[in-house]
Design a protein around this ligand. Structure first.
Ligand SMILES: NC(=O)c1ccc[n+]([C@@H]2O[C@H](COP(=O)([O-])OP(=O)(O)OC[C@H]3O[C@@H](n4cnc5c(N)ncnc54)[C@H](O)[C@@H]3O)[C@@H](O)[C@H]2O)c1
Length: 280
């Protein structure tokens, strides 16, 4: 049976002012959607929305939101439903980078990772779910990471939250199917965005707060945000459960399922390399 064209009327993208979120917003605007570009950085959201609207044929509007606040996310969703109509697609994408060995990290790293990378997704899901379930339709896209599919050392607050986002998404998918709601989780390898250079409260082993050079050892060529967004929206269109993006993500995800000892060995090497930097 031919698939119906995927043209969501109203969408919300958190973390939509930059990187992957901005590129997903651009894909949705290109499909004619009215997209709310929601971000902590309101000025950047306004600039992104203006540029995306100029590209059309859809429209983008900016919104300032801190996804770690349930009240703010609920207000954003309720306002959008009231002003623009049913939210067809909710993209819970906002996130921050964290890195370093466990002994270098303190409660600031854990609290922030849990509040933004996990709490932000939980808040987005909880805010939109009552609307989508009442009308028995809609699609939720959560951005996790390759770090949500494999044991990723030297960034445990990040790895922990991304595994949780995968668990939340795949579990919810099973529950939500009966209500006509699709749930997809996006798991890209390393992507060329500002996030790689903005490690939160970077510890000594993350020189200059950037992981760009270090991760090149694992993935010499970064993915573009546009490639990831195109795969994400195709995943939405096909109602895929998990969307890994990039050769590294596909390889390591498979290795971890088919030969877990090999995957664990590889991660031990990665941890050892990182530790050698601390003591260099
Ligand atoms: N860049 C990568 O290599 C990579 C790989 C896999 C997954 N991801 C994930 O993709 C998502 C987007 O990251 P990106 O690479 O596009 O980064 P980015 O830094 O380009 O964009 C992230 C956006 O999220 C916003 N944001 C941060 N905290 C927020 C908060 N509390 N409330 C609202 N907005 C907030 C930022 O202002 C920014 O605009 C993140 O969840 C990240 O973990 C990134």
């Amino acid at each position: 049976m031919p698939r119906a064209p995927f043209n969501p009327r109203v969408s919300i993208v958190t973390g939509g002012a930059s990187g992957i979120g901005r590129a997903i917003a651009a894909e949705l605007v290109a499909r004619g959607s009215h997209v709310v570009v929601a971000d902590l950085d309101g000025d950047r959201a306004t600039r992104a929305a203006t540029e995306l609207t100029a590209a059309g044929p859809g429209v983008a509007e900016p919104a300032t939101v801190d996804v770690s606040s349930f009240e703010q996310v609920r207000d954003l969703v309720d306002r959008t439903e009231a002003d623009r109509g049913p939210v067809d697609v909710m993209v819970n994408n906002a996130g921050i980078a964290l890195g370093g060995l466990l002994e270098e990290l303190d409660e600031r790293h854990w609290d922030r990772a849990l509040a933004v990378n996990l709490g932000g997704v939980v808040n987005g899901v909880r805010a939109v779910y009552p609307h989508m379930s009442a009308r028995r339709g809609g699609h939720i896209l959560n951005t996790a990471s390759l770090a949500g599919l494999i044991p990723a050392p030297a960034m445990l607050p990040y790895t922990t939250t991304k595994h949780a986002v995968v668990g939340l998404s795949t579990g919810l998918r099973a529950e939500a199917a009966a209500l006509g709601i699709g749930v997809t989780v996006l798991c890209p390898g390393f992507v060329d965005t500002p996030l790689l250079d903005e490690v939160y409260e970077a510890p000594p082993s993350i020189a200059g707060g950037s992981v760009r050079q270090a991760v090149r050892l694992m993935q010499p060529k970064f993915l573009s945000a546009e490639t990831v967004a195109a795969r994400a929206v195709r995943g939405l269109e096909r109602n895929q459960a998990v969307v890994p993006v990039g050769v590294l993500a596909h390889l390591l995800w498979r290795l971890n399922r088919w030969a877990p000892p090999a995957a664990r060995g590889l991660c031990r090497v990665q941890a050892r390399v990182h530790r050698s930097r601390v003591h260099a």
